[in-house]
Design a protein around this ligand. Structure first.
Ligand code: MLT
Length: 399
């Protein structure tokens, strides 16, 4: 008789953004005349930039001609894309990453969820709290339960301390989702040194790298000496290039990154990931990779830098509105996210409901990102400027 994977019983009822989306939809169905301003899930609103559109269009035409038609893409991604990624994101910053260490994918969500398949079921995890829920849920689905949560709260300046027990696999995300906090070079070095000492692996989610504006904030974990022996980095075009609906990302697994099996034989994680990806995926569409190439050109980077600046300005407008309510917040500087405290007397979900019904603004309750997120709330700078300004005006109702 068929039976389910009972690890699913250990999950929370529903995925955070599914739950918030459902509540907003129900509110809208009951109140069809009200226009809700959505500052919940971090979904981009500006159109794809001209360089990306040019790449997409060119590829569409090529697909209609026998000589340039493309079938299955390479499992790791087209060389033209992996080469330009290495040039712009790494070599231009003095980091020596080669195309063979890059795997193009349909999204950092998928890759951060799937990467745990490379590791043993009984390893100890260190995960920040609050956290992007995908890291936790994907491990719970796989039956892992040895998780140390590292609190990130106002007392720790929203940065995690090192684990109290030796960790084997560490999830870090900087600039952070959900808190918006960035980590400086010295802070990140502590983690790389820790992983080297404990023979652990760091999964470094840099999906929000393009929002970094301050000096001294590393854009890649490989800016830290020795990181190529202990870290996997995830990058995404979702928020950098408006690809939430177009889907493209990449993962870096350096050749030097090895991990042992139970007999102590060391294996290349790059090779294991290639084995995994070539078995379970047929890669990313040529058309999409050509669009992504457009983003990595000099013109494309400039176009998208302006769009990211626009979202950052949105975030600082929201931050000012939050401060005017007398609420503390962090983020919004190297990140599109504002992480604020909720008004006294309310918990995160109560504030979600109140904000939706009184101000018609949808956000994300902090407790949905972990127990240390209770008492906090996340708003995103993704939105049209007019809506952001209107949202700030509506917030006054909370005074
Ligand atoms: C978020 O709002 O945290 C992100 O948009 C979710 C995601 O990237 O999957």
């Amino acid at each position: 008789m068929i039976r389910i994977n009972e690890n699913f019983n250990a999950l929370q009822g529903s995925y955070l953004f599914y739950e918030t989306g459902k509540r907003v939809k129900e509110f809208q169905q009951k109140n069809p005349d009200i226009r809700v301003i959505k500052l919940g899930i971090g979904d981009v609103t500006e159109p794809l930039s001209p360089s990306i559109i040019a790449g997409l269009k060119e590829a569409v035409s090529e697909m209609g001609v026998r000589e340039t038609f493309q079938g299955y893409p390479p499992y790791e991604g087209y060389e033209f894309l992996r080469n330009i990624i290495c040039e712009t994101d790494f070599r231009a910053r003095g980091i020596n990453i080669s195309p063979g260490e890059i795997f193009v994918s349909t999204g950092a969500k998928e890759d951060t969820a799937n990467i745990q398949e490379l590791f043993s079921g009984d390893i100890k995890l260190a995960i920040t709290d609050p956290v992007y829920p995908v890291y936790v849920d994907s491990n719970i689905m796989a039956g892992r339960n040895k998780i140390e949560y590292l609190p990130c709260n106002a007392e720790s300046n929203f940065l995690p301390g090192l684990p109290s027990e030796d960790a084997d696999l560490i999830y870090l995300c900087f600039p952070n989702n959900p808190t918006g906090q960035a980590i400086d070079r010295a802070g990140l070095k502590k983690w790389v040194d820790y992983a080297r000492q404990k023979k652990a692996v760091i999964l470094f989610d840099a999906a929000y790298e393009s929002y970094i504006r301050e000096e001294g904030i590393p854009h890649s974990i490989y800016e830290i000496d020795g990181a190529e022996e202990v870290a996997i980095e995830f990058r995404s075009l979702s928020k950098a290039a408006g690809f939430t609906g177009t889907r493209c990302s990449y993962t870096v697994i350096p050749d030097k990154l090895m991990a042992p099996d139970k007999s102590g034989v060391r294996h290349s994680l790059n090779k294991l990931w290639l084995r995994r990806q070539s078995t379970k995926s047929n890669g990313v569409a040529y058309i999409i990779q050509k669009g992504a190439y457009g983003y990595f050109t000099e013109k494309g980077r400039l176009e998208n830098m302006k769009i990211v600046d626009y979202y950052l300005e949105n975030a600082s407008i929201i931050g000012r509105g939050i401060a005017a309510l007398g609420l503390n917040y962090c983020g919004g500087v190297n990140s599109p996210y504002i992480w604020c405290s909720v008004p006294e007397g309310l918990n995160s979900w109560q504030f979600f409901d109140e904000l939706l019904s009184r101000c018609n603004i949808a956000g994300t309750p902090g407790s949905g990102f972990g127990s240390c997120g209770e008492g906090y709330f996340r708003l995103t700078g993704f939105g049209k400027r007019q809506d952001i300004n209107e949202a700030v005006e509506r917030l006054v109702k909370f005074k």
